[in-house]
Each structure stands twice: as C-alpha cells, then as structure tokens.
Design a protein around this ligand. Structure first.
Ligand code: HEC
Length: 258
C-alpha cells in the first residue's frame, strides 16, 4: 500500500519535472514531447511542410509523398489540348481550347452553339435559373444591371467608364452562347475574366439566366424547349484586329510544327 502510493508520488513528480523542464524561454527553444502531435504529419499535395522532428520516415520519404499525383488515365487538363474539344456534348466538361484573342473570340462564337447544362425537367430548369440568377446578381449585375440592360449600379454611379453590354439588344440576343462563354472566360477590354469566379456549370447557368431575361423582355417563355435550343447564330463582326490575331495564332502553330 505504502509502496504504491510512493510510486504514484514519484510518477507525479517525474511528470511535473518532465512538463516544466522542457519549456522554452530565453535562447532555448524548448523541447517538444511527441512533436508529431503538435505538427501534423498529414501531408498536402504540392505543399512541402516537412518538419525535422517528424518521427516517421525522413525528408526523402516525405518529399516523395508531396509530389503531384499521376493523373487518372484519360484526364484532360482544362484548356490544354486542342485535339480533345467536345464542345457540343451535354454535361461534359469540355476543354476550353480558345485563346484570349479577338480571332479566337470569333471562332468560339461560331463553334459553341449549345449550352451543355441541359435540365431534364421543369423543376431542374427552375433550379438552374434560380442558381443562375443568384450568380448573375453577384458577379454580373453590378455592371450589366439586374435586368441585363447594361445599367448596373457601378455604371449608373459613373464609377465605371465603359458602357457594359446591354444583353437585351438584338445584337446580343442574336449572338451564340459561345460569345457569352468566351466573355466569361476572358472578359473583354475593361471587363475582366470571370473564369476564376464561376465553375464550368455555373458559367452556363448564368448564360441560361441571361437568356431567360431576354425571353422575358421579348414576352416569350423560357421553358425546357427554349433552354435546349441553340440560340443566336449571329457572329460578331470579324474586325481587322481579329484577322491580325488569327495570323499571329497561325504563325505560332506553324512554329510549333502543327
Ligand atoms: C466590372 C464591370 C463588369 C462586370 C462585373 C461584368 N461585365 Fe461583362 N462587360 C463589361 C463591359 C464594360 C463590357 C463591354 C466590353 C467592350 O465591348 O469593350 C462587357 C461585355 C460583356 C459581354 C459582351 C462581349 C462581346 O462579345 O462583345 C458579355 C457576354 C458579358 N460582358 C458578360 C458578362 C457576364 C456573364 C458577367 C458576369 C459573370 C459580366 N459580364 C460581368 C463589364 C462588366
């Protein structure tokens, strides 16, 4: 009995010493008991957070863990390969193969005709439009206006110098979805890219919503049929600038030996 309480006392004293003697102070950085608990050994891809006191494997093993993973077979990096464009397949994630030039804007407007987000029924369309509305009001309406008429708050206040596009005018109503998608990806002149603000599907939901604003203005219903029909068909005029860009791009391809 006596002995075991002595043992407890000793254990208590020893741990008190252990925990107080390792504290940092002055020049001494202190000692850590079980550093793996304080410094997570979990690794993050592409981020080397190696800590010298990790007690499993050395730096080499850690370095091997944080290397980029090998992509799944068939993975296509977004915007990387011109060979793998599948613009018209519904609900796929096509590679965005068009570059940020006026010539490529024209090309995108000619080639991208369908909105790949295709709601199956009225309820899904309603959800797409309500999500599209929220996103539009967050990211676009400050310039393009809640109604899509180009009279956004920023523009009306006079803060923003250039007139944002009025989506309700014939020019935009008659343009293809590609023209919208390209503008979201790269912006245009003073409008900056919104590619990092919206995911692939979100961009297309915003376009559905803009189309529904146009339909409301025209007094037509934006139903399932209207949502799945290719729109516009009118191409933006290919300006001199566009032709120059095309030549530049062609030159680049020729250099690459394509
Ligand atoms: C900061 C203001 C601003 C915001 C925010 C903005 N835009 Fe624009 N947008 C403009 C201006 C200005 C133009 C006219 C550019 C020009 O023609 O020089 C424009 C032009 C466009 C065009 C026409 C491009 C063409 O081919 O002529 C589209 C489509 C468009 N915007 C879509 C959007 C969408 C969709 C959003 C939201 C995701 C958005 N914009 C957010 C200012 C803005």
């Amino acid at each position: 009995m006596k002995r075991s309480s002595l043992t407890y006392l000793f254990a208590f004293a020893a741990s008190a010493v252990l925990f107080t003697a390792c504290q940092s102070g002055g020049e001494f950085r202190g000692r850590e008991y079980m550093p793996d608990m304080a410094h997570s050994i979990a690794y993050e891809a592409n981020l080397n957070t190696y800590y010298s006191l990790n007690h499993w494997g050395g730096k080499e093993a850690y370095d091997a863990f944080v290397q980029p993973r090998t992509p799944e077979v068939g993975t296509i990096a977004h915007g990387r390969s011109k060979e793998n464009v599948r613009i018209n397949s519904p609900y796929t994630y096509p590679v965005y193969a068009f570059a940020n030039t006026e010539g490529e804007r024209t090309k995108a407007s000619e080639l991208i005709l369908d909105n790949p987000v295709r709601p199956k029924d009225a309820a899904e369309l309603e959800k797409v439009l309500s999500d599209g509305k929220d996103l539009y009001n967050i990211y676009c309406s400050s310039c393009h206006g809640k109604a899509g008429d180009g009279n956004g708050q920023l523009y009306e206040m006079g803060v923003y110098p250039a007139a944002p596009k009025n989506f309700l005018l014939a020019d935009m109503v008659e343009s293809t979805d590609g023209r919208y998608y390209h503008a979201i990806m790269y912006g245009k002149n003073v409008m900056l890219s919104h590619a990092d603000k919206l995911s692939h599907d979100e961009r297309w939901m915003v376009i559905h919503y803009i189309r529904s604003l146009q339909a409301a203005k025209a007094g037509t219903e934006y139903n399932l049929e209207a949502a799945s029909a290719p729109k516009g068909g009118k191409k933006p005029e290919a300006k001199e600038e566009a032709k120059k860009d095309d030549k530049k791009e062609a030159g680049k391809d020729a250099k690459k030996g394509k």
